[in-house]
Design a protein around this ligand. Structure first.
Ligand code: ADP
Ligand code: MG
Length: 265
């Protein structure tokens, strides 16, 4: 936790609202309503809330995949479009979306290749990231030969390849079984602690959110609003034993209660 003067947030949302037009139904869907959020550099923030409350929409406006209807987003004081062009944003989706005709190494190196980085340099960097995510020995393997958890490791390595300032993760472990998911949580906590990258992570699991995060942002049902920012002051580096602590149990209970209350708000 920061002591003294608060540094400028890395990502800042001010009054962000998003409305989707659904012309065929002559309707508009209000997905986000006046969201203010400040994300500190080097922090891990989770967004949690019911399906359809606008979590993916929020990530999309930060990633410059769409513009907000009103309000603004700043990343290090610049627009998301600037940050995206400078390859400062990494994105990991629920579906790993690896290219099947490329090896793991070539997949991880792809963003660097698109940036015009030479083969030797990009493969060295991709190799380092493959080590970091625990996939050493699988460099030459095709994606179809990997398990679900291994595919997500490869897509995390790929997202890290351009040294992004912020990594956006949209339910990356939602399709994994519980044991694999626990292991991925542990690996992601380690990768976060080793790289210092700022993470904005979406999940349905309050336990996953508390385990990984410094801040858990609880959202209301649609239109998504922020109902609570829960600070998680559990020590790092984190290991799975932290989940047996009283503090962990208490934070999970608070999160669950806030989610419940959001439904009635
Ligand atoms: P979440 O990720 O929290 O499940 P989303 O951000 O995907 O929520 O969606 C928020 C709301 O906006 C939902 O009601 C969804 O149906 C609606 N929505 C999302 N994308 C579109 C779109 N392209 N057109 C119309 N409505 C959309
Ligand atoms: Mg979503």
């Amino acid at each position: 936790m920061t002591v003294g003067a608060t540094p400028a947030p890395l990502v800042e949302l001010g009054g962000v609202s998003v409305t989707y037009d659904v012309p065929r139904q002559h309707a508009v869907v209000e997905a986000l309503q006046s969201v203010d959020l400040a994300i500190a550099r080097g922090s891990f923030t989770s967004l949690i809330g019911p399906s359809g409350c606008g979590k993916s929409t929020l990530l999309r406006v930060v990633a410059d995949l769409m513009a907000p209807t009103s309000g603004q987003v700043l990343i290090e004081g610049q627009t998301p479009a600037c940050a995206r062009r400078a390859r400062q944003i990494g994105f990991v989706f629920q579906e790993p979306a690896l290219l099947e005709w490329r090896s793991v190494l070539e997949n991880v190196a792809l963003p660097l290749e698109l940036q015009g980085i030479g083969r030797a340099k990009r493969e060295a960097e991709a190799g380092r990231l493959i080590d970091l995510v625990g996939l050493s020995g699988f460099e030459a393997v095709w994606p179809s030969q990997l398990s679900g958890g291994m595919k997500q490791r490869a897509s995390i390595a790929r997202a890290l390849s351009t040294s992004p300032h912020v990594m956006l993760m949209d339910e990356p472990f939602g399709a994994l079984d519980q044991i694999t998911r626990d292991r991925m949580n542990l690996e992601l906590a380690r990768v976060f602690e080793e790289t210092g990258v700022t993470v904005l992570f979406v999940t349905h699991s309050i336990r996953e959110a508390v385990f990984l995060s410094d801040n858990v942002i609880v959202m209301s049902p649609r239109p998504g609003r922020i109902v609570r920012n829960i600070e998680v002051e559990l020590p790092r580096p984190r290991n799975l034993l932290v989940r047996d602590s009283q503090t962990f149990g208490e934070l999970v209970r608070i999160g669950a209660r806030e989610l419940e209350q959001g439904y009635d708000a």
